[in-house]
Design a protein around this ligand. Structure first.
Ligand SMILES: Cc1ncc(COP(=O)(O)O)c(C=O)c1O
Length: 375
């Protein structure tokens, strides 16, 4: 029996930094500024620089980052926000939490990312913003989405929770929209040791407003006065210290993911089709997505062989019961893909031997009709 292959090797990713973490945490314990300590400002400056952006505001998680961007832009009741139906539910959640309505749009069949033509077709007089989700580690076609946003004077917001370090046409995730929300959930390409998130933007005034919204709406003039209705959503000093350490190794970790993906593409059997990459995109493979016609059988084989797998996402947002009121037209591309996509193991440390092992197991599954297949 071969060794199991975990879906994500978090212990391996964080284990190499154990001593550095311990020293950094000791420094935070020493100065005691657990909130707004020097580590937060330092990380914010480093991450803004990494994203080719002017400003970064650390927040409590990626969902809050999106919600604070929307609130900072004044998006609220009566507004519609275009959201791809293929995303983690948090994207839609953020829209609903500011009182706006998500308008779910279909994705492209090859990359499974937001479809620019469908986006343009969904714009109406209530549309206030487009959230482009850089899913799986690949940025949306930001040239085309930006063009739609500019044509209709809409805000283009990036959901970059799965795309730390990704590029499109040479530009980093976080640098192309009016603002971008990042998640530092532990399993992300840049993951904290708990929850964390950030807003990154070229707009300093928006960053300042979001910082205040995330700190109870405190006035800039007096900390005893509140001139915005805010909330509490801050990145703490311990997480910021860990993130600074991990940011140093992010490019190398992303290279490890790209290599692992290339091994997959070379070795996958013909009945397992890797998701496509746009020629202008430099993807960082947060997830290794493939499509199969007989997913149940594939999952059973992987599980029996001790190989981790995931489904991202099994239920398109517009079909999730909590969002039923926003369901409009059928979205055939995402609905079909949701029955076929499968996430294979992916980690910066995934070795060629492990990829080969996964592909060998995939090769043992003979293609046949899938339960739930539309063919
Ligand atoms: C695409 C996407 N958007 C938003 C989020 C929300 O981030 P968080 O879990 O940090 O709130 C996630 C994280 O899981 C995500 O994958």
């Amino acid at each position: 029996m071969s060794a199991p292959v975990p879906f994500l090797d978090l212990a391996g990713v964080n284990g190499v930094l154990r001593e550095d973490f311990e020293q950094a945490f000791a420094r935070v314990l020493e100065h005691g500024r657990f909130i707004n300590g020097p580590e937060v400002g330092a990380f914010e400056a480093e991450f803004a620089d990494y994203c080719q952006a002017r400003a970064c505001v650390g927040v409590a998680n990626g969902t809050d980052a999106l919600e604070l961007i929307l609130a900072g832009l004044g998006v609220g009741p009566g507004d519609e926000v275009i959201v791809p139906a293929n995303t983690f539910i948090a994207t839609a959640e953020a829209v609903c939490f500011v009182g706006a309505r998500p308008r779910f749009v279909d994705v492209l069949p090859d990359t499974l990312l937001l479809d620019p033509d469908a986006t343009a077709a969904a714009v109406n007089s209530n549309t206030a913003a487009i959230i482009g989700v850089h899913l799986y580690g690949q940025m949306v076609d930001s040239d085309r989405i930006l063009e739609v946003a500019r044509r209709h004077s809409l805000a283009f917001i990036e959901d970059a929770a799965q795309a730390h370090g990704a590029r499109f046409a040479g530009q980093r995730a976080g640098s192309v929209g009016v603002a971008a929300g990042f998640s530092f959930y532990p399993g992300k390409n840049l993951g904290a040791l708990g929850d964390g998130g950030a807003v990154v933007t070229q707009d300093q005034a928006l960053a300042d407003k979001i910082r205040r919204l995330a700190d109870h709406g405190r006035s800039q003039e007096s900390r005893f006065h509140h001139d915005l209705r805010g909330r509490n959503s801050r990145l703490d000093s311990v997480q910021a210290a860990a993130l600074s350490l991990k940011l140093r190794g992010l490019d190398q970790a992303n290279t490890g993911r790209v290599r692992a993906w290339e091994h997959y593409v070379d070795r996958l059997p013909a009945h397992v089709r890797p998701v496509a990459r746009h020629p202008k995109a430099e993807a960082v493979y947060h997830l290794a997505i493939v499509e199969v016609d007989h997913r149940d059988a594939v999952c059973e084989a992987l599980t029996s062989a001790g190989i981790g797998w995931g489904l991202h996402y099994k239920t398109p947002c517009h079909l999730d019961s909590a969002y039923a009121e926003f369901r409009a037209d059928p979205l055939p591309v995402v609905e079909r893909a949701a029955e076929r996509i499968l996430s294979l193991p992916m980690s910066p440390t995934l070795s060629p031997e492990q990829v080969t092992r996964v592909c060998e197991v995939l090769d043992t599954v003979r293609p046949g009709p899938s339960r739930g297949s539309t063919e």
